[in-house]
Design a binder for this molecule. Structure first.
Ligand code: FES
Length: 355
C-alpha cells in the first residue's frame, strides 16, 4: 500500500473536467479561505474529483485541480500521492479496505484477507465485472468491532469469513445490506447485549429527582439517630477552644455596637445594624495572630532609599560583612563602619535619620 504511483497510461483517461455542479461546489470550498489562499481547498477539490471519476484520481483530474486552484501541478501531485485516501489507479464499484492492524488481525482479519483473495482476487485487482477491488489498510478506528472492512463510505464490522462472503454476494446482487456490526450487536456494546444501565426506569424519566429524595431521607434519618444518641453535641477540638457555632461574633461592627462602642469607620456604621455581616472568629484565634510562616527563611532585600531602606551601592549602604567595599571611594566604607545617613536605631519604614 505504500507504493503511490499514477496508474499506467493505458488506464488514464484522455481528459477530465469538473461537472457544473462540482464546479459550483468547489467554488464554495474556495470561498471559505482568504483571497490568494485558494490552495487550501486542494484536498476537497481532489476528493470531489475522485468521486466524480468513479473512486480514483487520473492524472488529468490532478491537472484540472491545479488549473482551477492556480497551483503548480507538482504541488497538487504531491498531495495526491501522499494521502492514501486518494486512489491513483482504478478501483471497483465497491472498493473494499480491509483493516489489518493488530486488533483486527488478532480477531480474524487474516481469515478475511484469505477470503478476499479467494473471492475478489489480488490486492488492487478489479474484478472482471468491475464490481470489486480491495486493499489492506491500517487501523480504521473501529477496533471495538474488529475485524472490519470499509466499503466505499461505510463500515462493516464484527465480520467472519462467511459474513464477508454474504456481504459481497448481496452487494453484487444489488440487495440491501446492513451497515455496521454484522453479528447482531448494537454499535460496540458487549457481545450478547448490554450488561449495565439496563433498567428501563433510567430512560423513562421516572427517576429524575429520585436522588434528592433519597439524599434528604438519609440526612433526616442520620439527624434523628444523632439526636437520639447525643452525637450531635459537638465538642471543642482542643482544651480551651469553643465550637465555632457557639462562639460569639467578634471583630465586627454589630458586635462593637452591642458592646457600646462607637463604629470607627463610616462603613462600620452601616454594618453595625446588620448582624448578618458579622464574622465568627475561629476558636483560639486572636486579633494579632500571625499568618502561617513559610518554612523557607528569607531576608528582606532593601529596595528604595526613599522608603527608608538601604540600597546596595548607594550612599549610606551598610556593606555586608566580609565583602569588599564599593569602588566608589566617595561613599565607600569598610565593614564595621557606621554608614552615613543610616541610624541603626531607626524604625522600619522611617526615613533615614528620622527617629
Ligand atoms: S485495528 Fe482494525 S479498526 Fe482499529
Amino acid at each position: 500500500m505504500s507504493v503511490r504511483r499514477l496508474a499506467p497510461l493505458l488506464d488514464q483517461p484522455a481528459s477530465f473536467a469538473f461537472t457544473p455542479e462540482n464546479l459550483t461546489w468547489l467554488d464554495g470550498q474556495v470561498a471559505k479561505y482568504p483571497d490568494g489562499r485558494q490552495a487550501s481547498a486542494v484536498i476537497p477539490a481532489l476528493w470531489q474529483a475522485q468521486k466524480q471519476n468513479g473512486g480514483w484520481l487520473p492524472q488529468k483530474a490532478i491537472e484540472a485541480v491545479a488549473v482551477r486552484l492556480g497551483m503548480p501541478t507538482i504541488r497538487v501531485m504531491e498531495v495526491a500521492t501522499f494521502y492514501t485516501m486518494f486512489n491513483l489507479e482504478p478501483v471497483g464499484r465497491y472498493y473494499i479496505q480491509l483493516c489489518g492492524t493488530v486488533p483486527c488481525h488478532v480477531k480474524g482479519a487474516i481469515d478475511l484477507k484469505q477470503t478476499l483473495l479467494n473471492s475478489v482476487g489480488d490486492e488492487r485487482h478489479v474484478t472482471e465485472d468491475g464490481y470489486f477491488s480491495w486493499l489492506e489498510v491500517e487501523c480504521l478506528g473501529a477496533c471495538c468491532n474488529a475485524p472490519m472492512v470499509q466499503i466505499n463510505d461505510e463500515y462493516y464490522e464484527d465480520l467472519t469469513p462467511d459474513l464477508l462472503i454474504k456481504l459481497i454476494d448481496d452487494l453484487r446482487a444489488g440487495r440491501d445490506v446492513k451497515v455496521g456490526p454484522q453479528d447482531g450487536r448494537v454499535s460496540s456494546e458487549p457481545k450478547g447485549g448490554a450488561k449495565t444501565l439496563t433498567d428501563p426506569a433510567l430512560f423513562d424519566g421516572s427517576l429524575v429527582g429520585g436522588w434528592r429524595t433519597r439524599f434528604e431521607n438519609s440526612v433526616t434519618a442520620e439527624t434523628d439517630a444523632g439526636s437520639a444518641t447525643g452525637k450531635n453535641d459537638m465538642k471543642p477540638g482542643r482544651p480551651g477552644a469553643t465550637n465555632a457555632s457557639q462562639s460569639s461574633a467578634t471583630n465586627a461592627p454589630a458586635q462593637s455596637a452591642q458592646n457600646g462602642e462607637s463604629p470607627k469607620a463610616a462603613d462600620d456604621k452601616a454594618g453595625a445594624s446588620d448582624t448578618s455581616k458579622t464574622t465568627v472568629s475561629e476558636p483560639g484565634a486572636s486579633a494579632d495572630a500571625k499568618a502561617p510562616q513559610s518554612d523557607k527563611s528569607y531576608t528582606m532585600t532593601p529596595s528604595k532609599p526613599e522608603e527608608g531602606r538601604v540600597v546596595a551601592g548607594s550612599k549610606g549602604t551598610t556593606p555586608i560583612s566580609g565583602t569588599p567595599t564599593s569602588g566608589n571611594s566617595e561613599g565607600g566604607q569598610g565593614a564595621g563602619e557606621k554608614p552615613a545617613g543610616v541610624d541603626p536605631g531607626a524604625k522600619p519604614g522611617a526615613a533615614p535619620g528620622a527617629n
